[in-house]
Design a protein around this ligand. Structure first.
Ligand SMILES: NC(=O)c1ccc[n+]([C@@H]2O[C@H](COP(=O)([O-])OP(=O)(O)OC[C@H]3O[C@@H](n4cnc5c(N)ncnc54)[C@H](OP(=O)(O)O)[C@@H]3O)[C@@H](O)[C@H]2O)c1
Length: 338
């Protein structure tokens, strides 16, 4: 699979291109930037041809698939151009700024029999399969509540996440992770019942938020933000105990996840083997493109892509700009044993 990259983004250098090098049969053939010197520097470092301008990359016949790490507000138009140029697309989250945009992207993907995948690499880490198995085996009894948090420290001035004209804001950058985790574990039958978004009035972007989702027989609470310390975890509360995992969204390949099971005040730690979530999702993407794996629920089939974006829309629509929200600084749930 011959990949092109639209934009010499930090995440392309830090995660995507190193992970691509670990995927058999995949290679970067063209790296595009608005700036000729950035494209050249990227190509010298990672291989492939430097290209000035994204459209010129899409016109190349030697590119089968493109990676789109552009700012959230620019992603949908470039994904659409890429699909219309006949390229498979692996794009950063959030795929677009709203459900309507995502629905418009799913159509050309279907029509062109092209794979369109949103990069939620965390879903492809084995720790979540372990969690699913423990829940299915009734380790904490009947699950009544799911909580998840993703919060990151403040971004430097001028960062794309702080610029409203580029689709900045915490909901689209970090809020989409706990939403995706809820969809992963609980299915698509979820609705926003309440939401809070706190805006930075000077910047004009949302910086902290939280939402409560209505799910059959279950209470779901999600928190996110980009003003506090790093926090990334989820917790299930059940009739017999709780299950907690931390560092779940951007888990590095060397990290040994620990699943904490608390029952009747007794704490048990289950260690999970490290896993390469970026390598896994890229192998999954190339397998779907080549037909080695069936079209997955998170690819062009659409329902999950659209529902994900619609839930973010609902959070925005209901997100009352209150400041009473408890800060998403890890206090979203009590970690047993601390
Ligand atoms: N999945 C993950 O684990 C993960 C982690 C971090 C970030 N991300 C996602 O990746 C995206 C990129 O994040 P990043 O930290 O890599 O950001 P970044 O370094 O600022 O990269 C964004 C790129 O977009 C291009 N761009 C095009 N028009 C632009 C404009 N008007 N202003 C600024 N940049 C523009 C630039 O490429 P050229 O200048 O070369 O054209 C720039 O390098 C984010 O939106 C985020 O959602 C995902």
């Amino acid at each position: 699979m011959r990949f092109g990259v639209l934009g010499c983004a930090d995440i392309a250098a830090r995660r995507f291109l190193p992970a691509l090098a670990r995927v058999a049969g995949a290679e970067p053939v063209a790296l595009a930037s608005r700036s000729p010197s950035r494209a050249r520097a990227f190509a010298e470092r990672f291989g492939g041809a430097p290209v000035t301008g994204y459209q010129r990359l899409l016109e190349r016949d030697d590119v089968d698939a493109v990676y789109v790490p552009l700012p959230a507000g620019l992603r949908a138009p470039w994904i659409e151009r890429a699909l219309l140029a006949g390229k498979h697309v692996f794009a950063e989250k959030a795929l677009a700024t709203g459900g309507e945009e995502v629905r418009r992207l799913v159509e050309p993907a279907r029509a062109g029999k092209l794979t369109l995948m949103e990069n939620f690499a965390f879903v492809h880490h084995r720790q979540h399969a372990v969690v699913r198995r423990l829940l299915a085996e009734g380790e904490i009894g009947e699950v009544h509540e799911f909580r998840a948090v993703f919060a990151v420290p403040p971004r430097p001035p001028g960062d794309i996440r702080l610029r409203p004209e580029l689709g900045g804001g915490a909901l689209l950058d970090v809020g989409v992770y706990p939403i995706r985790a809820a969809l992963h574990f609980l299915g698509t039958n979820l609705k926003v019942s309440d939401a809070v978004l706190r805006y930075d009035d000077t910047l004009g972007v949302d910086v902290i938020g939280g939402t409560r989702l209505a799910a059959p027989d279950l209470d779901v609470r999600l928190l996110f933000g980009m003003t506090t310390r790093y926090a990334s975890g989820y917790q299930f509360l059940g009739s017999r105990g709780s299950l907690t995992v931390e560092q779940v969204f951007t888990t590095p390949p060397e990290h040994r996840p620990v699943v904490l099971l608390e029952r009747g005040g007794r704490l048990e730690r289950r260690t999970v083997a490290p896993d390469d979530q970026w390598g896994n999702i890229l192998r999954h993407f190339t397998d779907v493109v080549t037909g080695a794996a069936p079209v997955a629920e998170d690819a062009s089939a659409g329902e999950l892509l659209v529902r994900q974006a619609e839930l973010a829309d609902e959070v925005r629509a209901q997100g009352k700009p209150r400041s009473a929200l408890s800060a998403p600084d890890g206090t979203a749930f009590h970690t047993p044993g601390r």
